[in-house]
Structures are given as C-alpha cells and as structure tokens.
Design a protein around this ligand. Structure first.
Ligand code: C2E
Ligand code: CA
Ligand code: CA
Length: 453
C-alpha cells in the first residue's frame, strides 16, 4: 500500500497549519493515498507558493473508466483491489514531489508542482498511461483498466483553486465525451469546446424535460390566398440567454448525439399541434425540419410512425423538410429512408433549394413533393433580371417535375408580387408573418389576416 505520510510531514515542515493528531484522518483508508480534504488543502498551499515563486503547477483529475461495472462484475473486494492497484501505479509513475489523492469511488487526483512548460503535463500523463498498459491481476482475472485524465494548469488558465478544479473537471468530461484518454484545458479552442460541452449538457436536460418550444411560420397558398400550412421551428427558452434560435443549438445537438431525441420531440409536438388544429376545425398541414444526421438513421421512420399513430393524424398532413445539401450528402441511405417515408404517406420537401449542388436527374428519382427555394435566392432577386431568370427557371423546373414550389424568406410586397407572377405556389416569410406561437397562429388563421392581404 503506498504511503504518503511523509508528504504530510513535509507539508507541515513547509509551515502548513495541520494538527498532527488529525493527520491520520487525512488519508484515504483504503489506498493510503491523500484524502480529498488534505489534498485540496495542499493544492491551496501550492497555488500560494506558485504565486510567490512565479512557478507553474498542474492539477490532474483521474477517473477509472467504468469503475461501477468493474465493481459489479468482480465484486466489492476485487473492486477495492483495483482501487489499491490504481493508487499504487499512479503513485509509482509520478515524481516524489507530486501528490496523489483518492477523491472518491473511482476518482483520483494528482498535483504536479514545478511544471517546466505547458506540455510538461502531457509528458506526465503519457507516463501515467504507460503505467496502466499491463492488465491488473485481480481475483484470478486479468483486467484491463483504462483511465481518463483531465488536466488544468495554474496560472496559465486558472486564477484560483476553484477554477483549477473546475477546469480540470471540465477537461475530464471533455475527454470522456470524446473517448480520448486525456484532455488538457488550454482555454481558446478547448474553451469553446467546453462551452459547447456545458451547453450540450444543458440542452440534454432541456430536451429530456420538455423545455424546448415550437414556433410556427405560416405557409401562404398564393392562389387560394390563405394559410395552407405551418412550419414548426424549434426554440430553446434559456434561463440566462433568453430564447435561443435553432441555428445556435442544432449543431450542438448534432455533435452531442441529441439530434434524435430532439427531432423525435419536435415531430411529436408538431403532429400533436396539427391534430389539435384539426380538432378545432382548422385543416392545416404541418412541416417539420429533419437534420442531415437523421437521414441515415433508420429510427426516423419509427419516430414519424409513432407520432402519427399517437395523435391519429393522416400522414399526408405531415411534410418533412430536408435540405438539398443533406440529401446529396447521404444519397444512398437517404434515398432509402425518404422512400420509406413516402411509402408511409408522409410528404418530403427539399429545403434551402439552390444552395447545394444537386443533380436534377437524381432529384427526379426521389419521392419529393415540394421544392423550397432558399431565401438567399429569393432575396437576391430585387431589380436583378439575371436573378429573376434563375428564379423563373427553378419554378418552371419544379413544376415540370410535378412539384409544389415554395419561396421562403419573402420580406416585402414587391417580391411577393414577382413570385406571384412567376407562378410560385406557396410563399413564406416576414411579409406574410414571422414564426408565431401556436396560439397566435391559431388567431391569425381564424381572422384570416396577414401582412400579404
Ligand atoms: P429553415 O428551415 O430554412 O427555416 C427558415 C428560417 O428563416 C427560420 O429561422 C425563420 O425564422 C427564418 N425566416 C422566416 N422568414 C424569414 C424572412 O422573411 N427573412 C429572413 N431573413 N428569415 C426568415 P430559424 O427559426 O432561426 O431556423 C433556422 C434553421 O434552423 C431552419 O432553417 C432549420 O434549418 C433549422 N431548424 C429549425 N427548427 C428545426 C428543427 O426542429 N429541427 C432541425 N433539425 N432543424 C431546425
Ligand atoms: Ca425549413
Ligand atoms: Ca429553408
């Protein structure tokens, strides 16, 4: 069993105010390493020392990967043996001046003073990693034990103990999330990553606790002069940042494996709302956006089927909008999933059309019902005859393929009139109405008034 009592003696020699009678409580009784309280006391003192000596230290927070599973699989005694051996190897791989502690369960920490350079901790971690290459022989088993390390440096990226601990912990979470053995908190890019990570954690709980909301933007039927449908657009009402738009958090959801539960919630909620409108006598259609990532997820079909089933909405009232870029990105898997959705009776729309590089021959083979011209093309139209020709060509192309053509991002009367003349079927944009709450959209449909009147 490693013994670090000499460290407490030297700590005391360095003028720390510890009661020697209590020293025995300051160690972890199982591993003999420093206990949590004493360890952080040392961190505080070493930080003070760094301040006066202008030196640098690293704090490493260490986690045994899947320790609970090890405990479950091998029993508590073997779990204890794993902890002791982990402590022994950590202690053995580090320098005499480094301190090692057990913080709790499968969590350890190391304090590395006198770091020479920013990459010094990386060298130390590599040494630690090689100490764990040999399997553990425990309870007659050969166990491969993996560790994860989160590192933060004082004074480089932290001003005090609290920050140091927080940043090392964030680095550990970051490494765990990305399946890497270790991560060093350097601020900058890692900072953004970590901000994303914290964001992803919050977003996960917002999704799980049904805290997202949908706004609905009307789709205006140019010929019938009425709101024919609504597009569901997700928003995140955030405690500190107000209403966050999807462009900010959809990429976070995609990165953090949250896009499936998020889309499942959106589709279910949009279908529920549409069925509720039908119940009130408003026969609107509903559109929902589907991220590229889900175009190769076979679960999408189940998600859609379940939502339609639960709320008894006929499938032809639901349109799924998929961007042109997503379709081209996942040509093979995408086509199969789109075919299955079409078979179910759901409509498919090509969103942001004109921003990607699709092959028309390929688009002809897809079970698509709507072409949505991207707002960048619609908005570049003003007073530019070339652009108007592009628009006319897209509208004619859509019609020749038997598709419904929608223009999005229509912001003024002039554009609306041009699109009407060009034969565009559906128009969407601030000129008709911005995205609204379900309640506001209901009253807009009931009164029949929009800016386009
Ligand atoms: P999108 O599908 O192209 O949606 C249209 C975006 O343009 C919406 O932004 C809408 O508020 C905005 N918009 C509407 N009318 C106008 C206009 O007249 N002018 C201008 N400049 N903009 C207008 P929003 O709500 O911020 O959504 C941004 C994007 O986020 C959407 O683009 C869509 O790709 C994505 N998104 C929204 N909801 C979801 C969702 O539930 N799931 C997924 N995967 N993506 C979503
Ligand atoms: Ca859309
Ligand atoms: Ca769009």
């Amino acid at each position: 069993m490693p013994d670090q009592r000499h460290e407490s003696a030297s700590a005391l020699r360095r003028g720390h105010t510890l009661d020697p009678a209590k020293v025995v409580e300051l160690y972890d009784s199982l591993t003999g390493l420093l206990g949590r309280k004493y360890f952080f006391h040392l961190v505080n003192n070493e930080i003070e020392k760094c301040r006066s000596e202008h030196s640098r230290l690293a704090l490493v927070i260490i986690d045994i990967v899947g320790f609970r599973r090890v405990n479950l699989a091998t029993g508590l005694d073997a779990g204890d043996a794993v902890l002791c051996e982990t402590g022994r190897r950590l202690r053995g791989a580090l320098r005499g001046c480094d301190s090692v502690a057990r913080l709790g369960n499968g969590e350890f920490a190391a304090l590395l003073p006198s770091m020479i350079s920013e990459d010094h901790p990386t060298l130390a971690i590599n040494k630690l990693l090689s100490a764990f290459q040999e399997p553990f022989e425990v309870a007659g088993l050969n166990l491969n034990i993996d560790l994860r390390f989160g590192v933060a440096l004082f004074p480089d990226t932290c001003a005090n103990t609290d920050q140091l601990v927080r940043h090392a912990t964030l680095a550990l979470l970051h490494a765990t999330e990305r399946g890497r053995p270790f991560s060093v908190y350097y601020g900058g890019a890692v900072d953004t990553d970590l901000a994303d990570y914290a964001h992803a954690l919050e977003l996960r709980s917002a999704v799980e606790q049904n805290q997202l909301i949908l706004h609905y933007q009307p789709k205006w039927d140019v010929e019938k002069k009425k709101i024919a449908a609504a597009e569901a657009l997700v928003r995140w009402p955030h405690r500190d940042h107000g209403l966050i738009g999807p462009s900010k958090f959809i990429p976070v959801a995609e990165e953090g494996n949250l896009i499936r539960p998020l889309t499942s919630w959106v589709i279910n909620e949009a279908v529920r709302q549409c069925a509720a409108w039908h119940g009130e006598g408003l026969k609107l259609e509903i559109s929902a956006n589907v991220s590229a990532k889900l175009l190769h997820d076979p679960e999408l079909l189940e998600i859609v089927k379940n939502a339609l089933d639960i709320w008894s909405l006929p499938p032809e009232y639901l349109t799924l909008e998929v961007t042109e870029t997503a379709i081209m990105q996942y040509r093979e898997e995408g086509t199969e999933i789109l075919n299955q959705l079409a078979h179910l009776g759901v409509l498919v729309s090509i969103d942001d059309f004109g921003t990607g590089y699709s092959s028309f021959a390929y688009l002809c083979d897809l079970p698509v019902k709507e072409l949505k011209i991207d707002k960048s093309i619609v908005n570049s139209m003003r007073g530019n005859t070339d652009k108007e020709t592009v628009l006319r060509t897209i509208i004619d192309l859509g019609h020749n393929l038997g598709l419904l053509v929608t223009a999005e991002g229509v912001e003024d009367e002039e554009k609306y009139r041009s699109l009407e003349q060009l034969g565009c079927d559906i128009v969407q944009g601030y000129h008709i109405s911005p995205p609204l709450t379900a309640k506001h959209l209901t009253s807009l449909v009931r009164t029949g008034s929009t800016l386009a009147d």
